[in-house]
Every structure is written in structure tokens, then in C-alpha cells.
Design a protein around this ligand. Structure first.
Ligand code: ZN
Length: 258
């Protein structure tokens, strides 16, 4: 079995970056304990998969996760399911999604819902095991639509993904993981329910992961240079922080203590 890894199929978020593709918006790909998992297939996810994820193959995807229904997290979900299931002919794949992404006004077409091997509606606290790998949705986020972060745990380590959310104190008590991936859309607070730079700093300081990765950058973050922002965050938090880049691959074993 190949080593576990995380591949960033996109590191952009929000209106302007989606429209200009200054950063890709294809979501996150995880290969953990022999399972291939795609999280939040936004605009261009299939193309970015083909571009960045070699040697993985889209028809070998085991799990698809939508953390919430916003377009930068879901727009490619149907084309991905189509590729996975050979146009709906083979029932394959497990999809995890909030109820509001698959019921009224579903972002996953009913035809494609039926092509899946299994569709599981996420609820806070839900845990699903595939052999040694645990996939857990510990807490509901505050983001205007039904939204859940996700924690992957293998026998050796865990990865937390704090997807879009407004700051709330339970974030820091929930995501106590070896590797923490955090969506940081903008440096300064605005009216949107998102995590901003000072919130990310607070969460990293409290959770003390071995590695924190910031991603899902909006235009203002890009102008301010995420690389420099990550360096400053490292200095302030004493935690190793890196800014994700499109196509970046991380091997968790390179960052774990001991
Ligand atoms: Zn969102």
C-alpha cells in the first residue's frame, strides 16, 4: 500500500477567486489507509484531479464528502460521480453530505444519487469506519447553511479539516488533531460567517497540531501573500504552519512527532 497523502486540488475560495481561477477550487484529496477520499469538489475538481492526482484514478474513488452545499465546495460533484460510476452504470462510492445538499434543491442530481453505492446524511457526531480508517463529523459549523468539518483518524494519527465556519470556541476543543487543515478566507473580519486570520491564530494556538495548513484563500488573502501569512502565524503560534498551494502534496508521516 502506498504512503498516506493529502493533495490540494484547489486552494481558492469565494466569488472572485472562483470566477478568475487565480487559485484552483477542486477540493482536497486524501489517500489514507488505502482509501481514496475526495472532499468538496468545487469548480474544476475533475480537471484538477486529472492534473494533480496522478497516479490515482477517479474511478477508484472510495468516498466523496460535501462539507456543505456552497458552489465552491460542490459544483463538480455530479461530473465526479458520473466518472466514478461510468455514467451511472455501476453503483459505486459512498457520499457523505448534509441533508440540505441532497434533499430540496439538491446539489447532487437525483440520477447521480441513485448511482452511488451509499449516501449518508451527515449529522454532528456521525462516525463511519472503513477497516482501520475512521471518518468522523464531530460538530456542526456556523456558516449559514448546514456545514460539518471532518476528522480522519488512522491507527497512527489524525487529520482535522475545519471547513468554512464562523469562529466559535468549541472549534478549539474539537479539532485536537495531529494535522489541522483550516479554511481561512480573509485576513480581516467581514460580515460573512467565515474564519478570519485572528480566529485561525486562536484555533492553532489552542489546538497545537504538529502541522497546520491554511487554505481556501479569497482575493485579499492572495494579495497579502499566504506564504508570508503562514510564516507569521508560525512565529506567533510556535506551530509549524504552511500555506497550501494548488497541487501541493503532503505526506502526513513527514510531519508527525516521534
Ligand atoms: Zn461556504
Amino acid at each position: 500500500m502506498a504512503d498516506d497523502e493529502i493533495i490540494f486540488l484547489g486552494t481558492g475560495g469565494a466569488r472572485v477567486v472562483i470566477a478568475t481561477q487565480l487559485r484552483a477550487t477542486g477540493g482536497l484529496l486524501f489517500y489514507l489507509s488505502g482509501r481514496l477520499i475526495l472532499v468538496d469538489p468545487g469548480p474544476g475538481s475533475l480537471i484538477r484531479f486529472l492534473q494533480y492526482a496522478k497516479p490515482y484514478r477517479i474511478n477508484k474513488l472510495d468516498v466523496l464528502i460535501l462539507t456543505h452545499r456552497h458552489i465552491d465546495h460542490t459544483s463538480d460533484v455530479n461530473v465526479i460521480i458520473d466518472a466514478l460510476t461510468e455514467g451511472g452504470k455501476k453503483r459505486k462510492g459512498i457520499l457523505f453530505a448534509p441533508k440540505d445538499a441532497v434533499e430540496d434543491d439538491p446539489v447532487v442530481l437525483k440520477y447521480h444519487q441513485r448511482a452511488l453505492k451509499e449516501m449518508i446524511k451527515i449529522k454532528a457526531g456521525l462516525e463511519y469506519r472503513i477497516d482501520a480508517l475512521s471518518i468522523r463529523f464531530p460538530i456542526e459549523h456556523l456558516h449559514g447553511v448546514e456545514t460539518y468539518g471532518v476528522v480522519f483518524a488512522t491507527p497512527n494519527y489524525s487529520i482535522g479539516y475545519i471547513t468554512d465556519t464562523k469562529y466559535f470556541p468549541e472549534l478549539a476543543s474539537t479539532y485536537r488533531n495531529d494535522i489541522l487543515i483550516i479554511n481561512v478566507l480573509r485576513p480581516e473580519p467581514m460580515d460573512y460567517p467565515h474564519l478570519y486570520l485572528p480566529d485561525a491564530e486562536k484555533v492553532i494556538k489552542k489546538t497545537k497540531p504538529s502541522l497546520a495548513v491554511i487554505t481556501h484563500f479569497g482575493m485579499v488573502m492572495l494579495r497579502k501573500n499566504p506564504f508570508r501569512i503562514a510564516k507569521e502565524l508560525s512565529e506567533k503560534t510556535k506551530v509549524r504552519v504552511i500555506a497550501a498551494k494548488d497541487g501541493m502534496r503532503i505526506r502526513p508521516s513527514d510531519y508527525l512527532d516521534g
